[in-house]
Design a binder for this molecule. Sequence first.
Ligand code: NAD
Ligand code: UFG
Length: 339
Amino acid sequence: MQKVIVTGGTGYIGSHTAVALQNARYQVIILDNLSNSDTDSLDGIQRITGTKPEFIKLDCTNKDDMRCAFEKHRDAVGVIHFAALKAVGESVEKPLLYYRNNLGALINVLDMMQEFKIPCLVFSSSATVYGVPEQLPVTEDTPLQPATSPYGQTKVIGENIITDTVRANPQIQATLLRYFNPIGAHPSAEIGEKPNGVPNNLMPYICQAAAGIREYLNVFGNDYDTPDGFCIRDYIDINDLANAHVAALKHMQSGKHGINVFNLGTGRGQSVMELIQAFEGATGVKVPYKLSPRRTGDVPAIYANADRAEKILKWRANVPLNETLASAWRWQQKILKLK
Ligand code: NAD
Ligand code: UFG
């Protein structure tokens, strides 16, 4: 079996991707410092696939620990690099923490790939690199805008660091995946998103408000220049997103492609209110909400043109929104029972 090193693999997107990789017969080695996850996800992955990935607890910013792990798995065919801090607000308050963690980890990953001649990298980038786009939907050629937070900067700078490294080292190829808004859980409810404390993101907040953990959801802004006045995003199923990583890895293994960049979204924009209504329709559960002022830094509307991923990776988002929302709710009920 071919080995893949997955940094940040106990986290939300990493754990779903570990399932997709194992289903595609890759051997998964997870490196994570558990700063925003726990090892329960490893048990969940095992219950779904029958195999528990090897887990090495380490901080990717620690080069000696990284060298030990990479030395042990120097025969890996690729690295999928998820490990990063991702709270936009926190990054504004603690920019150095974000630059040190997210960029330090990435530089170590690239160093190790050079040292041990590991040929393929998949990097978690974000739609945040498009800032406030002038045209919708955004394609990969839409000009990037200055990022609105240090977190966003780490994605823009991360993309640049990788591009320069691949240019200088043609034996390495890389795929930059620009995620839109991943939501939902594995249909089995064995793994899902576990936000720490009060959620920042809409989907976990909707679930917690529906479950009565939060009194109500604050809907940020109803006066945007959009059809219903609410912000628009492209909500993509987490399992679809996970599968795209396998497609990206296989594509790199099929030849020499240098650097590639793909939008991962559904191509459809959904307003906050549409998502609330779709959730209520899919689950039969009411979401208590209140209209609140706009949240600073929010982009009014953004959704993807994901044609390039369809053409080159033969990947597209398939899971219907109501199934995604039902899976998010099943997962929410499951974690309530575990508490
Ligand atoms: P997550 O927090 O669930 O997973 C990230 C994992 O990385 C966690 O398990 C955390 O413990 C680990 N980690 C962080 N810093 C580390 C370090 N220095 N060393 C080792 N492990 C470390 O987040 P996620 O939603 O799964 O996001 C995965 C990636 O996708 C991140 O790079 C994130 O920026 C990016 N991304 C996420 C979204 C989203 O909406 N979830 C959108 C765009 C991009
Ligand atoms: N929203 C609410 N109430 C909430 C939370 C969110 O109304 O309690 C709204 C937001 O205003 C926004 C939409 O729901 O209109 C989506 O918000 P999220 O926080 O779920 O997602 P964002 O699109 O703001 O954030 C995403 C990623 C970040 C990334 C950011 C950059 O989660 O990693 O895009 O635009 F940095």
